[in-house]
Design a binder for this molecule. Structure first.
Ligand code: HCB
Length: 234
């Protein structure tokens, strides 16, 4: 017969084992991107899904971590642009595979309309695409302007569809100035008080959002959904 203490210890070690294997699964996902290995990525996704990891965890805590490490290695001169491009391509394909497993919510956010895009001069769109996937999965209607999107096209789209939120993405210190310019352009167009604004992308911060007068900053795609919901309530 097991004593209470004995049972407690066993439960503890099982929990620890589950946690360990989750860590291994996430590591496999991140390594697949890092090693630019689509086949390993597909296997890692299958393993992770069958072990009960959520598609969002797979993208945000697994694949994206590998992509960030690619960024660090590029920054340190350990790898070069062609490798970054190949890793980005693998990342996009793997995110596409996980996308279909994200359960779509039945609840539409009052069919809130979001204009989303990567700002002018910036071609980075992996993060923006993840934000799009999660917003859509959570019932938002997303108008994607793509990457290197003219700032004027954000303003025009907001007017055209009477958007509730405009979410911009910028990955470079130079292009994030476009997010500040967008705030001014919305004011000039007389529609700034009719739309909420959210900024994101690696160089952006809460401080940046405040500085330029944006309504919200989101660190990742899950937070973008949370912040979008909060803004609609405000
Ligand atoms: Co690019 N690149 N790159 N790059 N690149 C960065 C961004 C650097 C930081 C790398 C470095 O030097 N350390 C750097 C920018 C430096 C700077 O200005 N501070 C840089 C540079 C310099 C360049 C080029 C100029 C290189 C060159 O040509 N010499 C060139 C830019 C050309 C241009 O845009 N005009 C370039 C090109 C490329 C590609 C094409 C090879 C490729 C992009 C492919 C693609 O996106 N389709 C690429 C990549 C992949 C990167 C890194 C390695 C990864 C970016 C990424 O996908 N991260 C990046 C390094 C880094 O960021 N640390 C590097 C993973 C995603 C999941 O994270 O932050 O984008 P994320 O998105 C998150 C989050 O921010 C948030 O949610 C997302 C999901 O969780 N979020 C939002 C994002 N947008 C949001 C919007 C919202 O409203 C709310 C939340």
């Amino acid at each position: 017969m097991q004593t209470g203490e004995c049972k407690k210890n066993r439960t503890k070690s099982i929990k620890k084992a589950t946690k360990m294997s989750k860590q291994v699964l996430l590591e496999q996902l991140s390594l697949a991107v890092l090693n630019i290995d689509e086949t390993a990525g597909v296997t890692a996704i299958e393993n992770a899904l069958s072990e009960g990891l959520s598609p969002v965890e797979i993208i945000e805590k697994g694949l994206s971590v590998g992509m960030l490490e690619i960024g660090s290695r590029f920054e340190n001169g350990e790898i070069f642009l062609p490798q970054v491009m190949m890793a980005a391509s693998v990342m996009n394909k793997l995110v596409d595979k996980v996308k279909k497993d994200i359960p779509a919510t039945e609840k539409k956010e009052g069919i809130a309309k979001v204009v989303l895009g990567t700002v002018e001069g910036d071609v980075h769109d992996i993060g923006k695409n993840i934000v799009k996937i999660l917003l859509q999965a959570n019932g938002f209607e997303v108008y994607d302007l793509g990457r290197d999107a003219l700032l004027t096209s954000f303003v025009e789209k907001v007017k055209e569809i009477d958007a509730d939120i405009v979410a911009s993405s910028a990955l470079m210190t130079g292009t994030m100035q476009g997010q500040a310019a967008l705030e001014e352009m919305l004011k000039e167009a007389g529609i700034r008080d009719k739309v909420k604004t959210m900024v994101g992308g690696a160089p952006c911060t809460e401080h940046w959002a405040k500085k330029i007068g944006a309504d919200a900053y989101a660190e990742n795609a899950s937070e973008a959904v949370t912040k979008a919901r909060e803004m609609l309530k405000a």
